[in-house]
Design a protein around this ligand. Structure first.
Ligand code: ADP
Ligand code: MG
Length: 389
């Protein structure tokens, strides 16, 4: 969907729900992570790219602390005062939580409320971060409506509020990478997200100029980040750091790993330590010019996530193995795992052929048919689509 189509769809949903015009429409993109997976909560480095697919919110401010939320998933009415951990549950938590967290951070006052209608072009629950796209679209909307800063520092504060909404209200224990790219991404760039010190830096990534594309393979296998397995992996990484006597695994080295006696914590930690090193190597290769040289690092990342971190699944392995067999330079699962999406770095002219190979192998193996998205040079950060009327 183009920006204009997305804005029109969100405005139409708003009019139908509330019988009035919104103050404006704002949007934020989904993402894929090029490399640096399951390291954000270990103070590590990630390199996400924004999708060209965004989530839009049409919003009208209120002055009575009420929220009226509408999406394709339903309707929710309530008050910001009633928002608490797990309350509301389900999709409204991602929106109500943002206003709650912005109020707590002093970014909007206690009277702020809003009518909100959501339309998304980001596949939901596909590991492409529809949750952060939703949060960040609303955060930028509220900031614009109340006059909170939206410069670089302001966006950092908004990203922190969105993480608070997701962790504390939606109760999804995710790191901060998704919100950083949704709010701070730049067209034609990946974003280096340093979860150790919270800084971000754009990294030029002109895929088209190199005759390359990123093929996104949405396996459509079930994907549930809010279940216990993500939290269990996160806990095991934190426990490994504690038993090595470091604040985060960012500070551990290969040599430290032998000090972890049990094989499971050692493999979990080995994934984190080697993955952070693969991100550093990716940055070195991108700086020296030839993007397709990073292919083997992407594939090594997948092997580590599959064998050491154990967060892959047959659908993701099929996507990666089939893409490589069809000539991809590299491929890996992206996002939290256990379903969701994979990416393959492919020559532009091979995109359709690689996709067909993944699809036909999925059929042969009795797996659900995947969906495909093509990624050029990435989208832009959270922004206003339609000026305030
Ligand atoms: P991902 O972020 O990878 O898509 P998550 O499980 O983190 O997967 O987030 C998906 C959840 O976010 C959905 O189940 C829903 O609660 C909420 N969500 C995302 N997009 C929308 C949308 N357009 N409308 C309503 N809720 C949404
Ligand atoms: Mg998410």
């Amino acid at each position: 969907m183009s920006d204009a189509e997305l804005a029109a769809a969100a405005t139409a949903r708003f009019r139908e729900a509330f019988g009035a015009e919104p103050d404006g429409v704002w949007a934020a993109p989904g993402r894929v992570n090029l490399i640096g997976e399951h390291v954000d909560y270990a103070g590590g480095l990630s390199l996400p790219i924004a999708l060209m697919h965004s989530t839009a919110v049409a919003v009208r401010a209120r002055t009575d602390d009420r929220l009226r939320l509408r999406s394709h998933l339903g309707a929710w009415d309530g008050a910001v005062d009633e928002v608490a951990p797990g309350e509301p549950s389900g999709w409204p938590a991602y929106l109500a939580g943002v206003v709650w967290a912005m109020r707590r951070a002093g970014l909007c006052d206690s009277r702020f409320g809003a009518d909100v209608a959501v339309v998304s072009a980001v596949p939901v629950g596909a590991g492409l971060s529809s949750s952060a796209a939703l949060e960040c679209a609303l955060a930028i909307a509220v900031a614009d409506l109340v006059g909170a800063p939206t410069d670089e520092a302001g966006r950092g504060a908004l990203a922190a509020a969105c993480v608070g909404a997701e962790n504390e209200i939606a109760l999804a224990p995710t790191g901060g990478m998704d919100q950083a790219i949704a709010l701070c991404g730049k067209e034609g760039h990946a974003l280096l997200v340093d979860s150790g010190d919270g800084t971000v830096a754009p990294v030029p990534l002109d895929l088209a100029a190199s005759g390359l594309a990123v093929l996104v393979i949405d396996t459509r296998a079930p994907h549930r980040l809010v279940d216990g397995r993500y939290a269990e992996r996160r806990r095991s990484v934190e426990e490994a750091a504690a038993s090595l006597g470091v604040t985060t695994l960012r500070r551990a080295t290969d040599a430290d790993l032998v000090r972890l006696e049990d094989s499971v914590p050692r493999r979990r930690a080995r994934h984190v330590v080697t993955e952070i090193e693969r991100v550093r190597e990716t940055l070195r290769l991108l700086a020296s010019g030839d993007i397709c040289d990073i292919g083997p690092l992407l594939t090594a990342s997948h092997v580590s996530l599959r064998d050491d971190f154990e967060v892959s699944c047959p659908e993701l392995d099929n996507a990666v193995d089939s893409a490589l067999a069809a000539g991809a330079h590299g491929a890996r699962m992206t996002g939290g795992g256990f379903g969701g999406s994979a990416i393959a770095l492919v020559d532009d002219r091979d995109v359709d052929r690689v996709a067909m190979e993944v699809l036909s192998n999925a059929r042969t193996r009795g797996l659900v048919a995947p969906a495909f998205l093509r990624l050029g040079t990435g989208g832009v950060a959270a922004r206003r689509l339609v000026p305030v009327m």
